[in-house]
Design a protein around this ligand. Structure first.
Ligand code: 6GU
Length: 250
């Protein structure tokens, strides 16, 4: 997968060299290109923003630097043999970014991120690129960040770990909170490892008993308990008949 990021803070994307995403790059699963938006400015102050038409507070990012930066990144990508770019626009006014979005983006060969600062990018930029490629405006939650760069890191990590050959164990995202399947819409319950007793606290007996059916049912019940406590809204999406069916298997 090719990733392009156009930003006025290229150094903000340095964590993409680290950890899982860094490994995905080292293994050749991810090809990351970070571009400095200010390269596409021609005045002494490298201006990327201006006052909003119609008045109001804050500044709006200008059309020309974005247009030139995106044209350049797109041309580079095509020259390198990439196909079918998808534009991912982080914005608090986007559609919610969910595990479903991550799965959909992980299937794409090429993502171009446009993290903005200030009050956002002049609308005409995305209207223009939407005529050439899919444009997904996404929000990572109901709060306001100072800019989209942190959202790019979040989205990239969620997507990269889904790419084939990136996670050590292909099974490790099967039981993820929000992964599709029997545990869909449930949060993951508690986990334990050695030693069997720590500061007088023993690991739940069922986990050391070797009965896989009982373990599965215990994990499901703990997941339900945790979901009820932390995300009661998710329980409404569960189908109790599905649990009954699973229980009969055990
Ligand atoms: Cl994607 N960007 C910004 N600036 N704020 C956000 C966000 C994105 N998602 C939630 N808040």
């Amino acid at each position: 997968m090719r990733l392009d990021v156009v930003t006025i803070f290229p150094e903000y994307l340095e964590p993409l060299d680290v950890s899982l995403v860094g490994k995905a790059r080292a293994r050749g699963r991810l090809d990351v290109h970070v571009h400095d938006l200010r390269r596409w400015t021609y005045d002494r102050h490298n201006t990327v923003d201006d006052t909003p038409y119609g008045g109001g507070p804050g500044m709006v990012m200008k059309t020309d630097p974005w247009g030139e930066a995106l044209d350049s990144a797109i041309a580079d990508g095509y020259e390198a043999g990439a196909h079918d770019p998808v534009l991912v626009v982080p914005t608090p006014s986007g559609r919610p970014f969910t595990q479903q979005t991550a799965v959909a983006l992980a299937r794409q060969p090429w993502l171009i991120f446009t993290p903005a600062r200030y009050e956002g990018i002049d609308r005409r930029v995305m209207d223009e690129y939407a005529t050439r490629m899919p444009v997904h405006e996404v929000s990572i939650g109901d709060y306001v960040l100072a800019g989209g760069e942190a959202a790019v890191l979040v989205i990239t990590e969620a997507v990269a770990r889904l790419l084939p050959g990136v996670l050590g164990n292909a099974e490790s995202h099967r039981d993820d909170s929000f992964a599709p399947g029997a545990m869909a819409n449930l949060l993951e319950g508690p986990v334990y490892t050695k030693p069997p007793v720590w500061r007088g606290r023993a690991v739940p007996e069922v986990l050391t008993g070797g009965h896989h059916g009982k373990v599965a049912r215990w994990r499901r019940d703990e997941a339900l308990r945790r979901t009820a406590a932390h995300r009661p809204d998710l329980l409404e999406r569960c189908d109790p008949a599905e649990f009954d069916r699973k229980d009969r298997e055990i």
